[in-house]
Design a protein around this ligand. Sequence first.
Ligand code: LIP
Length: 272
Amino acid sequence: MTSPAPTPQELLKIAIEVARNAAETAHRMRAEGVSVAATKSTVTDVVTAADRAVERQVLDALAALRPDDSVLGEEYGGDAAGGPGSGVRWIVDPIDGTVNYLYGLPHSAVSLAAEVDGTVVAGVVRNISTGDEWTATAGGGAWRGGERLRCSTETDLGQALVATGFGYDPRRRAHQARVVVDLIPHVRDIRRLGAAAIDLCYAAEGRVDAYYEKGLAAWDLAAGGLVAREAGLRVDGLRGVPAGPDMVVAAPPALFEPLHARLADLDASGGP
Ligand code: LIP
């Protein structure tokens, strides 16, 4: 007889414990000095020893706490731990914002989400430097430090502070930069902070009004996307495509359509 699926709250409790320990390890390794261990898709797409050590720590912790669950991680790929037995899959980015982490910019995070039967139901994003911690459960709201988060109420795109990001492929960056050139006259300003998971959480609490980016992987999006949705943001792709590698747009309902229209016109999900 299979045991009942854990509740989102039970999964969140595990996610918080594992993410806090992981962030502590990342913080300590940063203080001890960090360097590039290897590069991935391009010479600027770096991985540090800390990315790997932290993901290994998360995998081992989840294997001990929930051995039947599967895990998708940025550094070790899919199902690195348990089998597909429980219907629960964890999605982990050990250090989102690795370039910020490498340069010592205080804007990188451990991002950990739990998915049940393909739906993300719990997530935590913990800033490695500041300790800021955003959490959410499906239907349970988004929180930081015991405060329930509500997204921006801005309705005018021209007044909107919009965060975005650039990929590691120079050709893609060139395309993304052209989009920004044509978008920036139509918004308050652009912010490039360098960690999608935190950018989504900033949008969740109105530190920016909206966020969009092309090229995000599941581990960049899973936890931060839930926090954003639970704070009232619409999180989608362009032209009816769900949020994913092609495009993620996170905006308050009133801003989503005007931002979507601009990004679609500028072919923001196109290019390399
Ligand atoms: C980063 C994202 C960021 C994006 C970077 C990179 P990483 O993830 O969080 O939004 O602009 O190109 O993809 O590589 O630090 O895990």
